[in-house]
Design a protein around this ligand. Structure first.
Ligand code: ADP
Ligand code: ASP
Ligand code: MG
Length: 923
């Protein structure tokens, strides 16, 4: 089979698959099905209405590319062409300064040898720190100004002249080559000035004028490059590709097709005239129409020029040099985590560029695909990177162990959604055809289509600038149907964006679309329309333009980030919160590497300020950033920020001891945010609020972890849950639950003064600033409430009797200093209790008790025999004993440090890891 036939055949296959493909959605099948009926002879079909549908039009282009090859000229390259050729294309950034042009020229001169010839295709000079505007942009602006009769076009022309003369001087030095370049440049500038002045007088420009003018960027950079190669001693010839490439515009005028037969003939003629050169420097971007006028291959067209040259030369390989390491899984400027793809198929590259990845001109792959010439995208500024190889096959095994069905994501920004709706459309044949032929006639390109299976509406996306024209033409053509009420409206929704996921691996996989949609839902992105390309290589969704970047990041993170990305917000960056951030900083890389858990701190809120960072808070400088770059704290905004973040799992860690954040848990959880906290306020607060949160937790599959509320980092809640979940019956929980009171009673011995022990604990920082906050027993009571509720005893805090250790007369004393000063007055009371205990071989311990059997909780000073585990405690350790049906004779004891920022933060951290495990991290 001839290559051209093969391609037409493949396009035919594609077309058939489009009609029957298992992954085509019902709505899409409907559209495509009709397409199939209306365009039965796709590979050779003349234009018809449905050619306007993007998918079919693309397929037709392939067929057209194949069918325009006229026999012998296409199949039999003449002697000078063949696999000894390589093509290299340099993008604007590689051509942006004299140094860069010299470096590229040197690299190219080194590629030629006895068996190797090189064709270099160059773009116009791009931007550079010293000259921020791209030449092509500058020229296009200049044309606009001239046609608006703005005399400033002369300033632009002078800037262009200066930029190229300066570059030539630096590149070529005082030499005959410099004279040659500058003299031809000056001729061009004189001509351009005359043309622009004519445009300015007429107050308009035509496409032909504009195309002629804009192509000078490539002419000048090409000449500079060729002259530099000449100075390097290369056997080089400059090729003005307008002498060789002949193209015809596609029906929508958005692109061009190569007239391969004519171009081949011109290529032969060129070689005849110039001889068999080793190094050709060809202009990218520019070509000629069949009528002989100068034209272009449209923006970014030099990539397309390169593969056209490769195809005409039948070269063995095409390298496209640019400023990134290759094709990324998403635009690296928009998605910081994007990864460079080692390989992809022509189809994947084609789809990705069609849907907006401007690393390649959308048509770039077609000529290479036709002759099976591999393309490598490489970074000129990082030549050690292997780049992305685009060919017939992509080694998916190479890419993330083959686990990713989606190769990449791209967006087409600023599109308009047109919705044609009406009950009278149901079952009426030819509606789709009429809609799309109308927009085709208006020269409007359709980017994506979706039809609801009820047939009551057809919606499609067009470029934002085409929206009004599309609405106009549809209102005109459907005026009858509208007045008869068959079509109720032609609705125009501007400011939308098309987001596409591309990957050949989707063909054989289920659930890809579901995963993508759920990632968008979790990121709070509303989807207006969905289409799955009939090529089966893409899924496209239409969303609001404002959601574009967030949506892109959300879907990318779902398919490409670590297995479990979690966005973390910390409220209360004090002692515990600050320690947690330090622990996160230490562990982050290891967690990512070993367990695929990516804990990313997105926000920090203190009582007055908050720092919100879309791509993550800088863990080294967060304190400073919170000082300098924060906004006023607003916990609702904090929640909104996290809930709409693109990272699919989000958690707020409340490290405060206050009511304000606790009162927001419910709202946050409703927004899909998990909550982790050592704050006891919710767990021991009003029962209705507590129960509402727990209900939400169960019903909404939202996690609420609070291990740090009892025993700091000790596994107290976890142990209790485990006992209950495995069917054990809790009889009693008894524990020394306060580190402060543990220290005080572990230290207090006969002969000591209780007030002195309290003062000592206070001086060591073991107590709250006012020790009464520990000694009044409320904190222990809160822990008792939490433990009791965990056992199913729905106790309110005030129903737990608490034996306060603050003597009655001192409870109302204003300052803690006064309290401390008067405490010795009551030493005798405590001394009496201690002596009494000692007399019977006991010690005093301040404990919290959950008496599950009797449904009660209490906080009290109890006596324990000296052999009891509670008597053995040291320092500020906590101890909790669980008496259960299983652990009846000998209770289950958890013991260890139960206070301090380090262990509390560690407890919170372990909750975060538990959350990661629940969300799918490996154990
Ligand atoms: P050149 O001038 O070399 O043709 P372009 O600016 O046209 O370079 O294309 C390269 C740029 O494309 C990159 O700098 C990158 O910002 C952007 N880009 C967009 N999408 C992608 C993608 N998926 N992979 C790589 N680059 C991308
Ligand atoms: N110079 C042209 C442009 O900027 C073509 C290219 O660089 O690919 O669009
Ligand atoms: Mg480009």
């Amino acid at each position: 089979m001839l290559a051209s036939q093969k391609l037409a055949h493949r396009a035919g296959l594609e077309e058939r698959r489009a009609c029957i493909g298992p992954h085509v959605s019902r709505s899409q099948q409907r559209v495509v099905g009709r397409v199939g009926k209306l365009a039965p002879h796709v590979s050779g079909a003349p234009a018809n209405a449905i050619r306007q549908t993007s998918v079919v039009r693309k397929l037709l282009r392939v067929a057209a590319a194949a069918s325009t090859v006229s026999g012998a000229a296409a199949e039999k390259p003449t002697g000078v062409r063949g696999a000894h050729w390589q093509v290299h294309k340099f993008g604007g950034t590689c051509m942006a300064s004299a140094d860069r042009i010299r470096a590229t020229a040197e690299l190219m001169a080194s590629t030629v040898g006895p068996d190797s010839s090189t064709c270099v295709v160059v773009s116009a000079m791009g931007n550079h720190p010293t000259s921020p505007i791209k030449v092509t942009d500058l020229i296009l602006n200049m044309i606009k100004k001239a046609s608006r009769q703005d005399a400033a076009f002369l300033v632009d022309l002078a800037a262009l002249q200066e930029k190229h003369v300066d570059t030539a001087k630096l590149l070529l030095g005082q030499s005959p080559e410099l004279t040659q370049f500058v003299s031809s440049l000056m001729d061009d500038i004189t001509n351009l000035k005359a043309m622009l002045q004519a445009m300015s007088i007429a107050g308009m420009s035509t496409d032909a004028f504009s195309d002629f003018v804009v192509g000078h960027g490539e002419l000048w950079s090409g000449r500079l490059f060729a002259l530099c190669c000449k100075q390097l001693g290369a056997d080089v010839e400059f090729m003005d590709t307008r002498d060789v490439l002949v193209v015809t515009p596609t029906s929508d005028g958005a692109s061009v097709d190569l007239d391969e037969a004519v171009s081949n003939g011109r290529m032969d003629a060129w070689f005849k005239a110039k001889g068999n050169k080793k190094l050709i420097v060809a202009t990218g971007f520019i070509a000629r129409s069949r009528e002989g006028t100068a034209t272009t291959l449209k923006r970014n067209g030099s990539d397309f020029s390169a593969t056209i040259m490769g195809a005409l030369l039948r070269c063995r390989h095409i390298t496209i040099w640019t400023d990134v390491d290759g094709v990324y899984s998403a635009d690296p400027r928009k998605v910081p985590e994007a990864v460079c793809l080692p390989s992809m198929t022509y189809h994947e590259a084609w789809e990705l560029s069609y849907f907006g990845a401007n690393v390649l001109h959308p048509r770039t792959t077609l000529p290479a695909m036709k002759y099976h010439i591999p393309i490598t995208i490489r970074n000129f500024f990082n030549q050690s990177a292997p780049g992305t190889r685009i060919s017939d096959v992509a080694s998916d095994a190479e890419v993330y162990g083959g686990k990713n069905t989606i190769k990449g994501f791209a967006t087409i920004d600023n599109v308009t959604l047109i919705n044609v709706e009406g009950t009278g459309m149901v079952g009426v044949p030819g509606i789709a055809s009429r809609i799309f032929s109308s927009v085709r006639d208006a020269g409007i390109n359709v980017i994506m289509i979706s039809q609801a299976s009820s047939e009551q509406s057809i919606c499609f996306a067009v470029k934002g600038t085409d929206g009004d024209a599309a609405q106009r033409v549809l209102n005109e053509r459907f005026a009858d149907s509208i007045s008869a009420g068959r079509v109720s409206a032609v609705q125009v929704i501007p400011h939308c964006c098309v987001l596409a996921a591309v990957g050949q691996g989707m063909v054989a996989r289920k659930g890809v679309a579901a995963t993508m949609m759920s990632a968008l839902a979790k990121a709070n992105v509303n989807i207006k329309a969905i289409a799955q390309g009939s090529s089966e290589y893409n899924i496209t969704v239409l969303i609001d333009q404002v959601d574009s970047e967030r949506a892109l990041r959300a879907v990318h993170s779902r398919f490409y980030l670590s297995d479990v990305p979690i966005g973390v917000g910390i409220v209360g960056p004090g002692l515990i919160g600050g320690t947690l951030i330090a622990q996160l900083r230490e562990q982050r890389q290891q967690l990512k590497k070993e367990f695929g858990i990516d804990l990313r701190l997105l926000g920090v809120a203190s009582s007055g300020k908050m720092l919100l960072r879309e791509t993550g808070v800088d863990l080294d400088n967060w304190k400073q950033d919170l000082e300098d770059k924060s906004v006023a704290c607003d916990l609702d905004k904090f929640g909104n920020f996290l809930s709409s973040h693109y990272i699919p799992n989000r958690v707020i860690v409340d490290c405060t001891a206050s009511d304000a954040p606790a009162s927001k848990y419910m709202t946050w959880m409703q927004q899909g945010i998990h909550v982790v906290t050592p704050n006891k306020k919710l767990g021991s607060g009003p029962l209705d609020q507590y129960q509402a949160v727990r209900r939400m937790q169960r019903e909404g599959y939202i996690h609420f972890f609070y291990e740090g509320t009892v025993g700091a980092g000790l596994p107290v809640i976890g142990t209790l849950k485990h006992l209950l979940e495995t069917g054990d019956k809790i009889i009693k929980i008894e524990g020394i639950l306060s580190g402060t009171l543990s220290y005080i009673f572990n230290t207090y011995q006969p002969g000591m003064k209780f007030s002195e022990v309290v003062a000592d604990a206070r001086s060591k920082g073991y107590t709250e600033p006012d020790p009464r906050d520990d000694l009044n027993g409320t904190d222990v009571a809160r822990k008792v409430a939490i433990l009791a509720r965990e056992c199913g005893l729905m106790l309110e805090l005030d129903s737990i009797p608490v034996q306060s250790l603050v003597p009655e007369p001192l409870r109302a004393v204003a300052s803690s200093a006064d309290y401390m000063a008067r405490l010795p007055e009551f030493d005798a009371d405590m001394d009496a209790k201690l002596r009494e205990a000692e007399a019977s071989g006991d010690c005093l311990r301040y404990v919290g008790v959950v008496d599950a059997q009797n449904g009660k909780g209490s906080v009290e000073l109890r006596r324990y025999p000296k052999s009891h585990p509670f008597a053995q405690l040291q320092g500020s350790d906590n101890i909790i004993s669980f008496t259960t049906a299983r652990y009846f004779k000998q209770p289950l004891i958890v013991r260890g440090p139960g206070a301090g920022a380090d262990v509390t933060a560690a407890g919170v951290f372990s909750d975060l890891l538990r959350l990661a495990a629940y969300l799918g991290a490996p154990s």
